[in-house]
Write a protein that binds this ligand. Structure first.
Ligand code: SF4
Length: 360
């Protein structure tokens, strides 16, 4: 795997609350709530669910002042840092920072007069919070779009122009995202910008789509970037419960060997040799292990004849036969159990193994 993933790009490092972003800090996984921020109860509840799934930074939309002010109450009741997502209105950025936001997502090029941008930069500096510049291919500055179209080069140019506005004001606590809804432009834009700045990258493919399209595009887009050493914090975009974004994010990092969180479940696709309802069993096991942060590899295999051998590298696994099932560790059978007890027995053994490893 090492040869597949190029060394990480050297960047400046910034801090979002307690989470370091950039250079050799772990690649962080983030998401965005889809509740109305002013509905603090619903927002807090969603952030708790995201936190349990492993979300490390959460972004909330701040369309109006009431949302900026709600951040104070939200912050009191959650444990992960919050980024306030703001378009255009610098007063919302000031209010969000005053309310305790750990970062602002606002494009200085969209704020307007220089004195307004300066107020936002000064305010962020005095609160010790970074600003994320979020370039989106669909909303590039008119002049850049006219000159270069909505190309990767235009996205890079927009990113650089926004970075310069803040750096000219002496503010360099910045990260940047360059998002398009297609993989090719997204990847090319980040590659172009990487050659010109050491600002850390927030990476993702925007408006990626529903579950299948979204996961596929995100896995390929984010995966390609990470494999080139580009990306310091990631966000998968799905038209779904944001908790799914966090799970997908960790699976991408795991697949590239960059970070591990929770058990790894492998399962066979089944074939004509399978005599049990493996889809249901795999679903039950996945559900039961979802929020455990134990690093264990679990195999769910359809048949006793080939299953244990095919999943030799798993720490523990189950395989089904006619009316019965077996448990195996590292490819070796160690217990026969009734089929309807397979899942319970597997979870029992995993608990035992995890407890033992915690006791060491
Ligand atoms: Fe088929 Fe058995 Fe392999 Fe599953 S483990 S794909 S059921 S041979």
């Amino acid at each position: 795997m090492g040869s597949l993933v190029m060394p990480r790009r050297k960047t400046r490092q910034i801090r979002v609350g307690p989470v370091m972003v950039g250079s050799d800090a772990p690649i962080s996984v983030q998401s965005m709530t889809n509740t109305q921020t002013r509905d603090t109860a619903a927002t807090i509840q969603q952030i708790h669910a995201l936190t349990s799934a492993g979300c490390e930074i959460v972004r909330v939309a701040v369309p109006e002042m009431v949302d900026a002010l709600a951040i104070r109450e939200i912050k009191d009741r959650i444990t992960i840092p919050v980024i306030a997502d703001i378009h255009f209105d610098f007063r919302l950025a000031l209010a969000a920072a005053e309310s305790g936001a750990n970062g602002l997502r606002i494009n200085p090029g969209n704020i307007g007069a220089r004195h307004k941008v300066k107020q936002v930069a000064d305010c962020a500096r005095s609160h010790g919070i970074p600003i994320r510049i979020g370039v989106n291919a669909g909303s590039l500055e008119k002049e850049i779009a006219q000159r270069l179209g909505t190309t990767a080069a235009a996205m890079k140019e927009s990113g650089l122009a926004n970075i310069r506005i803040l750096e000219d004001l002496g503010f360099d606590d910045i990260k940047v995202s360059l998002k398009a809804s297609d993989v090719a432009r997204t990847v090319e834009a980040y590659q172009l910008l990487a050659a010109e700045t050491d600002v850390p990258f927030h990476v993702g493919v925007t408006e990626a789509g529903g579950l299948y399209a979204g996961i596929t595009k995100s896995a390929i887009g984010i995966g390609l970037l990470l494999s080139k050493g580009l990306g310091d914090t990631i966000r998968v975009s799905l038209t779904r419960d944001p908790v799914e974004e966090i799970r997908t994010g960790y699976e991408i990092l795991r697949a590239l060997g960059l970070r591990q969180r929770g058990p790894e479940i492998i399962s066979c696709p089944t074939c004509g040799r399978c005599r049990i309802n493996l889809f249901k069993i795999a679903e039950d096991v996945e559900k039961a292990l979802l929020e455990r942060d134990t690093q264990i590899k679990v195999a769910i295999m359809g048949c006793v004849v080939n299953g244990p051998g095919e999943a030799k590298e798993a720490d523990i696994g189950i395989a089904g036969a006619d009316g019965t099932g077996i448990l195996f560790k590292k490819g070796k059978v160690f217990k026969k159990v009734a089929q309807d007890r397979l899942v319970d027995q597997l979870l029992y053994e995993i608990d035992k193994m995890t407890k033992n490893s915690e006791d060491v």
